[in-house]
Design a protein around this ligand. Sequence first.
Ligand code: ADP
Ligand code: MG
Length: 447
Amino acid sequence: MDIRLDEIWEKAKEFLAHELSAISFNSWIAPLKPVSTRDGILTFQAPNRLVKENADTYRKQMEAALTGVIPIKFTVRIEAPDTQGSPVSYPSARPSLESDLLDNGSEFNSNYTFENFVVGDSNRVAYAACTSVVKPNGGPQFNPVFIYGGSGLGKTHLMHAIGNHSQDNTPDRHVLYVTCEYFFNEFIRVAINQRRYDEFRAKYRNCDILLIDDIQFMEGKDQMQIEFFNTFNTLYEAGNSIVITCDKPPQRLYELEERLRTRFASGLIVDIKSPDYETRVAILENLAKQNGSIIGFDVIDYIASNIVSNIRELEGAFSTVLAYGILTGSITLDIAKEALKGIIHPAAKKTTSSEIIIEVVARYYNVSLEEMRSSNRSREVAEPRQIAMYLCKTITDDTYVYIGQILGNRDHTTIRHGYQKIKKEIDNANTDLISHIEDIKKRISAR
Ligand code: ADP
Ligand code: MG
């Protein structure tokens, strides 16, 4: 391999290490090896498909970092062992400037199905909206469906799920998935440069479902907006479905023509949020099942309690722990902590401890610490104990397992149950309880 290429990549990695979170960087960027450069395409080798698929989502950042090292415009391409030499298997990964042919089909990532999508409060509506698109009968219930939310929360997964489901159940329906960037590159290359506008137009206007991912890419690109506006109207008037994803709601797409913003907002707008604890646990359990690995709940709880905002990072943490487990022969909580140190710094975030919280709650309700830890289940003791469980879980990064240990060696499921019970009361606006909890919180922060 060209030595200079290696050097350039080392420098670019320094930029990326600053720009990305430690876990994304370590999981998806660090394992990549630059292997060749030709015609402005810099090819990287990823050790496996999981790394490839996730690294693909950082190609833009990689390209920018490389340009920061040497002023040449690279297109990054990432290969995994099983994709080498064969067509890359789904469109978001397809290097857009490579092929000269306009192909009319989409292939979908077979892992991104509705079945593999864990549904929780954070994504339930988005999931329902996407399943409504694949209903076999009648025209679209909502059109367009506009899904927005931060990176790594499952937007692309849901789009591929629509594609996979349709291919399996309604193969006559033509579903087209493209990233907005792909649409743009094809528009420039085929419609503008090669003057094959009719072909381009036919491709995007003759589909039953158009899935267009990361529409924010369209901001500030006027010509493309005009083209997409026309495509949108043709599909819409023919009763064909359009599903759009974005990193923000339509009204915050400031550099988009007003008429497009209005169109986007005219159907169903749903957001997809960071997953709650329960969903994070379910996703990790699902990953463990898919990988055929046996991982204790303490490890799952540790990861789910500490990686909170992004599912791509959750998967990254999981695969790091798995790799450590394979190397050391077992996956224990200590191994997981070792694997994720440098990523998870629980001590830094903590302003108080579960021990202090339990003490404050006990004093507030005039219950002794012994009683808090005891098996006494009378209401006067059980309720303060559950409130302590709730507060320990929401205020600190401690795991259910740990909170169980310091609350009289209780099982983690008991702590989880206590937490959920209080959370439900709060969600149901139990105003007495809410005001007590506010008082207790004030006392905790005064400690
Ligand atoms: P986005 O497009 O919103 O940036 P992705 O769809 O690429 O996010 O999701 C990132 C990763 O997280 C993918 O590997 C995806 O399969 C996984 N993922 C996201 N949401 C879920 C979920 N609810 N259940 C299971 N996996 C999920
Ligand atoms: Mg995406």
